[in-house]
Design a protein around this ligand. Structure first.
Ligand SMILES: CC(C)(COP(=O)(O)OP(=O)(O)OC[C@H]1O[C@@H](n2cnc3c(N)ncnc32)[C@H](O)[C@@H]1OP(=O)(O)O)[C@@H](O)C(=O)NCCC(=O)NCCS
Length: 357
């Protein structure tokens, strides 16, 4: 899982539902085809407008990443999307992602209604479509994400609660303003180094070197078992060298520029931390996975990895001004590292789970 765990992260594949569905109030659902640039653009513009309204702290979505959402899958996922029109106007978008290698009983969904068309029952209709599609694909639960400010409910949480979903996990997003004081980074690195004398760092940008794919796969799988999951019914993910290579190809196609630092002990990798930057907004970076093998915890590797990786990412992208990271509110160890580096709470992300019965 990606840090921040956007579990509905868009994958690919042909749309399964090629028919048009009409619901009341007159709402027409049109499947988005992977190569339909016009439909992808409409979807993007609605997503950007909704995000500016709901999550003004940004960053805005990246068009380069968005336009390949359906044509270049995250390995192990398939995504379908539908545009919802009323009297010809685009009023909403609904997305369904089906894990294909693990979590085969779960579907990930996302509904966005244009801000000026809310509270008219459109969201409810789109959710009915999503649950029908998920059931038809043999899924017994649906998981969706909803942003909310630190001091208010937002729109997605109350909507999900009204639909009978429960908040199974609460993440808090923290933001780091750059540059961080070099003296602070030096001190944190030196403290961590003093406890991590037996470890070397390996660093790269872009694709995973082939000799490390299996090791990165083993550690990535642990993200789905070791990070706090709350009451989320998320089962262990299966990762192998092929899936890592597939993810690298997806990142390349979507214009994600990756920076990764790993800790090596002998010939094994025992932890890593990665940062992603989009093509459109390189001033804004996202912390993705950070993981340390349980046998090697207690050596301050988490801090060592994050400080070294931040430095490498800043070298690669001098225009970087902020880094965002999502942590389960209960993940005290990771949060302590982030707070020490200067990350501060920005908003919340609820993971809502609906049993389909
Ligand atoms: C959440 C969202 C999809 C709802 O769309 P919508 O068309 O306004 O939803 P509906 O009109 O069908 O609302 C259904 C019920 O949800 C609840 N609800 C929806 N929005 C709410 C809000 N802002 N505050 C409180 N309750 C809300 C209400 O119970 C509502 O019924 P009511 O209007 O009869 O009281 C829309 O606000 C949105 O796009 N938000 C940003 C993206 C997001 O968070 N998606 C949800 C992911 S789980």
């Amino acid at each position: 899982m990606r840090a921040g765990r956007n579990r509905w992260r868009p994958g690919a594949g042909a749309c399964r539902n090629v028919g048009m569905t009409t619901v009341t109030p007159p709402l027409v659902l049109e499947p988005v085809l992977a190569d339909d640039e016009g439909a992808l653009r409409e979807w993007f513009e609605l997503a950007a407008a909704a995000q500016a309204h709901d999550v003004p702290a940004g960053p805005p979505p990246c068009w380069v990443a968005h336009r390949t959402q359906l044509s270049v899958p995250w390995p192990g996922e398939e995504t379908s999307a539908w545009l919802a029109r009323s009297d010809g106007a685009l009023v909403g978008v609904v997305e369904l992602t089906l894990p294909t290698l693990d979590n085969l009983d779960t579907a990930l969904g996302q509904i966005v209604v244009a801000p000026e068309h809310r509270r008219r029952g459109i969201g409810r209709h789109l959710l009915a479509h999503l649950t029908d599609q998920a059931r038809a694909a043999g899924r017994v639960r649906l998981i969706g994400e909803a942003h909310a400010p630190l001091d208010g409910p937002g729109s997605g949480g109350p909507f999900a609660a009204a639909a009978g979903a429960r908040e199974a996990l609460l993440d808090v997003r923290r933001r780091l303003a750059l540059p961080v004081d070099e003296a602070l980074l030096d001190r944190l690195e030196a403290e961590a180094r003093a406890r991590a004398a037996d470890y070397e760092l390996e660093q790269w940008t872009g694709d995973t070197p082939p000799q490390w794919r299996a090791e990165i796969a083993r550690l990535t799988a642990r993200m789905s078992t070791d990070a706090p999951l709350g009451e989320l019914a998320w089962q262990p993910e299966h990762h192998d060298a092929q899936r890592v290579a597939g993810r690298d190809a997806m990142c390349r196609a979507r214009g994600y520029r990756m920076t990764l630092t790993a800790a090596r002990h002998g010939d094994r990798l025992v932890g890593f931390s990665e940062i992603a930057v989009t093509t459109s907004y390189p001033q804004h970076a996202s912390q993705w996975d950070t993981i340390v093998d349980p046998d090697h915890r207690g050596h301050r590797l988490g801090m060592l990895l994050k400080v070294a990786n931040l430095r490498l990412a800043q070298e690669q992208h001098p225009e970087m001004r902020t880094v965002d990271t999502y942590n389960a509110a209960s993940n005290s160890y990771m949060i302590a590292i982030n707070e020490a580096m200067g990350f501060r709470p920005l908003d919340r992300l609820g993971e809502w789970q609906l049993e389909l019965g």
